[in-house]
Design a protein around this ligand. Structure first.
Ligand code: ARG
Length: 276
């Protein structure tokens, strides 16, 4: 089989430097507050990701880190932007709830009109649980985002929202278990065991040609990846994903975000996409 010809398209990302990153509480099984974090290393790893995006021709916008919010580096959780419309986040845990306002005020200060920005009614953790394909918005639930937020997103964006039930606490956000590889073609990779049987059947029906990740690669957070249509930036430890990605015509780019993994996040968690 010949690989599909791939092209990258320029993206705009919102990121937040891990200047105050630490693991002081535990709201997912990856977080162990007794394990020390190497802050300078976390910063260097994050800068490497930011620089990589820029070298690939993408725009990276920056959010100012708040010393009271150690998880703020995981910028994907702060909002969901589709078609220039911004659905703010409402966090499930009090420890992160103030991040939502920081994101909303960034959008208001950076040119998004008031009517395009929504303060959400229901709990949703932004792109942690919303993934955008050509035809649908895939939406995770079970650990963080409320199923009611799925309806709210559908109404706000005017796109069909497909609810997916997460069942394994290690994969508490959709973006830890599924990655959109090509948002012009409805192409994804995912780890089936992270989903309920019904949601697995939905995924198999919508994405019969999906790249299926092994448990090992999923456990390296290999699905917490970002694709620009050609380059797929992913945790370098997810070695089993590289060859299948190449066979499909993608260029995998391995990143080391080992310090941020201690917070339960990697490439995608650090990256919110601002879709025009
Ligand atoms: N410590 C953060 C939390 O548990 C990690 C968030 C990771 N972000 C993501 N998009 N999966 O909320």
């Amino acid at each position: 089989m010949r690989p599909t010809p791939r092209t990258s398209s320029p993206r705009r990302y919102l990121m937040c430097p891990p200047a105050h990153f630490s693991v002081t509480y535990s709201i997912n099984p990856w977080m162990d507050p007794t394990k020390p974090v190497d802050l300078p290393l976390a910063l260097a790893q994050w800068e490497d990701l930011r620089d990589r995006y820029r070298a690939l021709g993408h725009t990276v916008e920056l959010l100012t880190p708040d010393p009271a919010l150690p998880d703020m580096v995981f910028a994907a959780n702060g909002a969901t932007v589709v078609g220039g419309r911004v659905l703010g986040a409402r966090f499930a845990h009090a420890e992160r709830s103030d991040e939502a306002a920081a994101h909303l005020s960034w959008f208001r200060r950076n040119g998004w009109p008031e009517e395009a920005v929504r303060l959400p009614e229901h709990v949703n953790e932004g792109e942690g649980d919303f993934a955008v394909t050509a035809s649908w918005i895939l939406a995770g639930r079970g650990f963080r985002s409320s199923p009611l937020a799925h309806g709210e997103a559908q109404e706000f964006f005017g796109r069909p929202v497909i609810g997916l039930e997460l069942v394994d606490p290690r994969y508490y956000h959709l973006d830890t278990a599924l990655c959109v590889l090509d948002d012009a073609r409805d192409e994804v990779m995912y780890y089936p065991a992270a989903f309920s049987p019904g949601s697995r059947a939905v995924l198999a029906r919508l994405f019969p040609d999906a790249l299926i990740a092994t448990e090992e690669d999923a456990a390296a957070l290999g699905l917490n990846a970002v694709s620009d249509g050609l380059h797929v930036l992913l945790p370098q430890a997810a070695v089993g994903l590289f060859e299948p990605l190449r066979q499909r015509g993608f260029e995998p780019v391995g990143m080391d975000l080992g310090e941020l993994l201690k917070g339960g996040g990697s490439v995608k968690c650090c990256t919110q996409e601002l879709r025009p």
